[in-house]
Design a protein around this ligand. Sequence first.
Ligand SMILES: NC(=O)c1ccc[n+]([C@@H]2O[C@H](COP(=O)([O-])OP(=O)(O)OC[C@H]3O[C@@H](n4cnc5c(N)ncnc54)[C@H](OP(=O)(O)O)[C@@H]3O)[C@@H](O)[C@H]2O)c1
Length: 308
Amino acid sequence: MAVMYKCDVRNPEEWRVLLAAAIPDLDFRVWPDVGNPEEITAALVWEPVPGDLARYPNLGVILSVAAGVDNILSDPDLPDVPVCRIVDEYTGMFMAEYAAYYALRFHRHMYLYDENRRQKLWRKGPRTETQDRHVGVLGLGNVGRAVAAKLAGLGFPVTGWSRSPTVIDGIATASGTDGFAEVVAQSAILVNALPLTDETRHILNAATFARMPKGSFVINMGRGEHLVPADLMASLDSGQVERAALDVFEHEPLPQDDPLWSHPGIEVTPHIAAATNLRTASRQVIENLRRLETGEPFINAVDRARGY
Ligand SMILES: NC(=O)c1ccc[n+]([C@@H]2O[C@H](COP(=O)([O-])OP(=O)(O)OC[C@H]3O[C@@H](n4cnc5c(N)ncnc54)[C@H](OP(=O)(O)O)[C@@H]3O)[C@@H](O)[C@H]2O)c1
């Protein structure tokens, strides 16, 4: 079995060592030095070059090194083989921490005190009780559930939105188009934890922001293309949205001349809400490589038609 590895944001040696410990005879080839394409039976990737995965005639599985698969499914020449992703409690935990940090920072107006401190201004800002600050969480998968649970644990009333009706203890839920309108209309803090699909692209747009309560907050940690940046900046400028935290962008790294960097109402982080935990993620990859050999169904396979 030869595995093709292509992930520019992580040192391949880290993966090689972990996989080789479990599969000593594993033939691990780092793109673009993949040798004979006919020998490649599995691909372990993040942002593969479009068209490249079609070059391996004996490819049996495509394994994402992360939770998201939009960077794989967007390949117009993607071969017809199963695509699997990482579903990990650590991802949920990290994402929930990020959401909790910004929810509290915004809820308690800490960004005002940052500015006041710079000016040596002793000035108290507005206060809202936690139970009066409604949070909407878009997406109730591995990430969204962890985010919703963490924020509910902090005392925020939380409503989560998913595609299919979902029941979660302690969290209000809604689904479908009507459910979206309801959730957004009550969200003083809106957290996006959706996967990027044709249905969710640009879901954070002018109409969404206009429906939210005035002076609300946006936290995007799904994908950059969920957001229409010009709509967000216009909503911030009008005061409809008070502040936003963005962890993901259509083009990463965010270009130096992108106005999102310098907008006073936007806090930018460099796609750090969560990072793949190699120790736990590698177990899932090893299990799927084993299943490739035995022919058993893969774990964490995505529904390619659905897009996640
Ligand atoms: N910033 C970061 O560092 C970072 C790290 C990890 C992941 N992420 C992002 O987080 C995303 C979510 O990850 P996950 O593991 O939670 O995914 P997941 O388990 O597949 O969950 C996806 C959720 O979104 C819902 N959904 C999908 N399409 C929808 C639609 N059209 N309308 C309403 N709900 C919809 C699904 O609804 P159903 O329950 O009805 O299927 C499900 O609840 C990833 O795809 C990735 O983009 C970002």
